[in-house]
Design a protein around this ligand. Structure first.
Ligand code: UDP
Length: 238
């Protein structure tokens, strides 16, 4: 499944990654590195769509622990993702890459509304499209958003850039003997409860045969490798 020469990909970036080691806020060095990698991919003619998470701002489920109602907490989470989108847009445009942010919640001063056919048109013109505010609905995640948007715009893979270099049979930070998988099928991920993406996202990919590549975002050159379809991290497929 690797080296397929994907023409259009969906890059999922966790919000936590944007914070670098800090946990909160935005680390300009990280966003610069991500933007440079995306710029390079675009210059190679690959169409890149991006979904950015918001874990560096707010996670709905965590806010509810402080007593905030779940729906409202999730909307706070979704709004947080938009801040990350605007940061990435800024870094990309400073590198000369045309970029559009489309959000699932309307906010016309800062972003276009999510219009799938328009998103495809932007991609065809070589613009990077960054999807913000998740699906615009509580109880979902930005992983699920990445899967859904990828399907709707006809991306050939979801590339999940994260803090680990693939999927392991147990937590590699706690268990030194943890074994990394090069390849998995969707069912194994779901039945073993492996931490790839949440179950909603994985089952959406499974139902539609959309490959998922899990890779270490911050290893130099990895975004490009993933976008080019090189063998990297763990690939989840049929
Ligand atoms: N969220 C939501 N619906 C969506 C996408 C996101 O309610 O369709 C909220 C949810 O509260 C989530 C937060 O936005 O915790 C931030 O997204 P996520 O946790 O997926 O970010 P990541 O883990 O990728 O940084």
């Amino acid at each position: 499944m690797h080296d397929t020469g994907w023409k259009r990909v969906m890059l999922k970036l966790s919000g936590e990654a944007f914070a670098g080691g800090g946990g909160l806020g935005i680390d300009p060095e990280v966003v610069q590195y991500v933007a440079e990698s995306i710029a390079e991919a675009v210059s190679e003619g690959i169409q890149v769509a991006v979904v950015v998470g918001g874990g560096n701002m707010f996670r709905g489920a965590q806010l509810t622990e402080g007593g905030i109602e779940r729906g409202r907490a999730d909307y706070m989470g979704m709004l947080g993702t938009v801040i990350n989108c605007l940061a990435l847009q800024d870094f990309l445009e400073r590198l000369g890459v045309d970029t559009r942010v489309q959000t699932a919640i309307h906010m016309s001063q800062v972003a276009e509304a999510y219009i799938p056919r328009r998103a495809v048109r932007h991609l065809e013109k070589g613009r990077v499209v960054i999807f913000g505010a998740g699906l615009g609905a509580p109880f979902f995640s930005t992983d699920t958003t990445a899967a859904q948007r990828a399907l709707e715009i006809g991306a050939q893979a979801v590339l999940k850039g994260t803090q680990v270099d693939g999927v392991y049979d147990s937590d590699p930070q706690r268990n030194p003997d943890a074994v990394k998988f090069d390849k998995l099928n969707y069912n194994e991920v779901l039945t073993r409860g492996l931490k790839v993406m949440d179950a909603t996202a994985v089952s959406l990919c499974m139902d539609n045969g959309l490959p998922i590549v899990v890779f270490d975002l911050m290893s130099q050159g990895n975004i490009l490798r993933a976008v080019r379809g090189e063998k990297i991290g763990t690939i989840v497929g049929p």
